[in-house]
Design a protein around this ligand. Structure first.
Ligand code: PEP
Length: 249
């Protein structure tokens, strides 16, 4: 499976959303099919995957999950394996999100083994990388990103992959990286990926909203967005998709 190079606007609902929220979201999103040149993805919590998959597929929205376990089955209470996600028609799996790195303590090695499991079952990881404010202020952003990307060493190059650059200080804070910071950092991430032999999309994530989407999506090297808070309501999510479609049309 090759890499899709269309822009991707992916909504990460995190630990939000009950069945009624999912129905309201799909009712509102329904009349707005995704434009051909922009792919729309949605990563609701596990509990909503089966109930959303059929309707989202009809709307042209690609389904994904926010995490996966790196084993196929067995005594791993509370975990979800790749086949369970395939069973719900997931294509994407978010891995290495900063909330999982910092709150759950997920290591680069664990993230790599989850990537392998994701690939083994025909799905596409969205690998999140990003520096903390302290690391940016110390001037070590590129070193941090290079270390996070180094998990791709030795990884198969023919597998589908999307990377999301998400400065930790911009996630859920309402603060976004400036266009210059985004452009410079995406150039570095693309360079590193090229060295590692991966030619894949790099999304930006961190407080993307309808007001800043056009500017961020126009930055060179930005091939879409991973959107948290603004993806919870269909209206704001649609605005981001539309702004992106205009940038690339
Ligand atoms: C995210 O969850 O990856 C994210 C970027 O969140 P937010 O858009 O709310 O900052």
């Amino acid at each position: 499976m090759g890499n899709d190079k269309r822009r991707l606007i992916a909504g990460n609902w995190k630990m939000n959303g009950l069945l009624q929220d999912a129905i309201e979201f799909m009712d509102a999103f329904g009349g707005n099919p995704a434009p051909d040149h922009v792919e729309v993805g949605l990563m609701p919590p596990f509990t909503l995957l089966h109930s959303m998959s059929e309707r989202l597929a009809k709307m042209g929205v690609t389904l994904g999950a926010q995490n996966v376990y790196n084993e196929d089955k067995g005594a791993f209470t509370g975990s979800i394996c790749p086949m369970m996600l395939r069973d719900a028609d997931c294509h994407y799996v978010i891995l290495g999100h900063s909330e999982r790195r910092s709150i759950i303590g997920e290591s680069n090695a664990k993230i790599r083994s989850k990537m392998n499991a994701t690939w083994l079952h025909g799905m596409e990881p969205i690998l999140c990388i990003g520096e903390t404010l302290e690391q940016r202020e110390k001037g070590i952003t590129n070193a941090v990103l290079a270390e996070q990307l180094a998990i791709l060493k030795g990884a198969p190059k023919d597998k589908p992959l999307t990377v999301a650059y998400e400065p930790v200080w911009a996630i859920g804070t309402g603060v976004t990286a400036s266009a210059q910071q985004v452009t410079e950092t995406h150039a570095f991430v693309h360079e590193e990926l090229t060295k590692l032999g991966h030619d894949c999309r790099v999304l930006y994530g961190g407080s993307v909203n309808p007001g800043n989407a056009a500017e961020l999506m126009a930055c060179p090297g930005v091939e879409g967005a991973l959107v948290g808070g603004a993806s919870l309501k269909a209206e704001s999510f649609m605005e981001i998709v539309k702004a992106t479609a205009l940038v690339v049309s």
